[in-house]
Design a protein around this ligand. Structure first.
Ligand code: NAP
Ligand code: HSE
Length: 435
């Protein structure tokens, strides 16, 4: 081999959707990279659970191993790419790789969100780097822009659609007026949702991603357990119908705001005005909208999941590392954290609300409801009433409020529970108009 060409041996943990894409990229693009960047990537060993499994990519069988030490302790391996997922044993393998002086590239949002600062400190101690572009937004460049290109900005807000599975389900619920369960079945049949979709539909996957983004945006560690989370499982076709009637789309948003009193971070279904860019992000696509004091509003949009888009993000990290290794430098784009900021409790959040109530259809009901809201300083912006069951004299009402405090809305729900005229609070959703 030409003496100027740097041979880089890569140990891969996992050969599933993401790992398969990485192996494919190394096999198919290696010579192009050698030509462009003067480094030759070589797949050293690949850790899997079941070596005999049928896979989308054919690798020489001797490359596959079930022994983590064969990858993590191989002195010829310079970079470990982790694409296994889950917290353990992935976290222990990552620690072992860094202690062995290997650079780490990972797609693992759960480990990064929960243990990112520890891994970054361990890497600095061993003079190696941790790259994690693929952990949020798949192929969408997000970590690089936050760590480097937007660094001069004070970022005041981040609003993001960062889970492709739920965005696909919500898009179908809006288009086809079907309930959540039917849209999920369709997403699973098409292979968009995993057989166990819990982390996606509960909002947890978006929480991990928001923890990573908010930490970078606001320069203060935000842990997943500090983020308010509501998933999409309770959404109904009726809410989509009312939302559409009032000019909104329903999206699972991951929201971060830098407030004077602290950092506000939350993941929940949100009504987004149809005219806004985020409302038009459909299917499995992701988008992150942020506001910086110098740059203004920025929207990053693209494929947030999938084998090759995610491999693209991992490949970018590997190439960056290869350049560093060639120049003998590390920590070129370290994460800069300032003093730890307070994360606001959800009760302190103020936003607009959509309430759908089942009520008795008799005189005085609206006065009862208006009295509760008025006492709690919650102002009504719009109102719809529909007769549901004339024989049983019940009706459905939808109330849209002006900006109100979450604490006040929760008190209102408590008071509604004590009113005989309110039969059920069928839905409470938040409206995010970007103000
Ligand atoms: P996947 O398809 O389930 O693949 C996981 C791979 O890891 C499999 O090859 C599996 O081996 C191997 N593995 C898992 N646990 C192992 C263990 N204890 N020992 C040895 N091998 C083990 O998962 P994926 O979708 O590629 O996701 C991988 C990571 O990327 C996750 O952190 C995920 O959140 C993240 N990510 C995924 C996407 C996406 O579009 N899928 C996008 C961005 C980020 P076997 O094949 O032998 O079972
Ligand atoms: N399950 C994730 C999603 C994969 O649907 O967005 C990408 O992280």
């Amino acid at each position: 081999m030409n003496a100027d060409i740097l041979a880089l041996r890569i140990g891969l943990l996992g050969l599933g959707t993401v790992g398969g894409g990485v192996a494919e990229f190394i096999q198919l693009r290696s010579s192009r990279l050698t030509h462009l960047f003067g480094c030759q990537l070589q797949l050293a060993r690949v850790l899997v659970r079941e070596p005999r499994k049928q896979r989308s990519i054919d690798l020489p069988p001797e490359l596959l191993t079930t022994d983590p030490g064969a990858v993590l302790d191989d002195p010829s391996v310079a970079i470990i790419v982790e694409a296994m997922g889950g917290e353990q044993p992935a976290l222990d393998y990552m620690r072992r790789a860094l202690r062995n002086g290997k650079h780490l590239v990972t797609a693992n949002k759960e480990v990064l969100a929960k243990h990112g600062p520890e891994l970054l400190a361990l890497a600095a101690q061993h003079n190696v780097d941790v790259y994690y572009e693929a952990s949020v937004g798949g192929g969408l460049p997000l970590i690089g822009p936050f760590k480097r290109d937007l660094l001069a900005n004070q970022i005041s807000s981040v609003r993001a659609i960062i889970n492709g599975t739920t965005n696909y389900i919500l898009t179908r619920m809006a288009e086809a007026q079907v309930d959540f369960a039917a849209a999920l079945r369709e997403a699973q049949a098409l292979g968009y949702a995993e057989p166990d979709p819990h982390n996606d539909v509960s909002g947890l996957d978006a929480v991990y991603k928001l923890a990573i983004l908010a930490t970078l945006a606001f320069h203060s560690e935000v842990r997943p357990d500090q983020i308010y989370c509501e998933g999409i499982t309770k959404l109904t076709a009726r809410d989509f119908r009312f939302a559409a009637e009032m000019g909104y789309q329903i999206k699972l948003l991951a929201i971060g705001h830098d407030r004077a009193e602290g950092i506000e971070v939350r993941v929940h279904p949100s009504l987004v005005p149809k005219a806004q860019l985020l409302a038009g992000v459909n299917g499995v696509y992701n988008a992150v909208e942020l506001d910086g004091d110098l740059v203004g509003r920025v929207l990053l949009y693209g494929r947030g999941a999938g084998s090759l888009p995610t491999a693209s993000a991992i490949a970018g990290d590997v190439i960056d590392l290869a350049r560093n290794i060639r120049k003998g430098i590390s920590n070129r784009t370290e994460v800069t954290l300032g003093p730890t900021r307070r994360v606001l409790p959800m009760e302190d959040v103020s936003t607009r609300y959509y309430l759908r109530l089942h009520v008795a259809d008799r005189p005085g009901v609206l006065a009862d409801i208006a009295a509760v809201l008025g006492r709690l300083q919650i102002s009504i912006a719009a109102f719809i009433q529909q007769e549901v069951d004339a024989a049983r004299r019940s009706a459905e009402i939808v109330i849209v409020t002006h900006r109100a405090h979450e604490a006040a809305i929760r008190s209102a729900l408590d008071e509604f529970a004590g009113l005989t005229s309110v039969l059920e609070v069928a839905a409470l959703l938040r409206i995010e108009d970007g103000s």
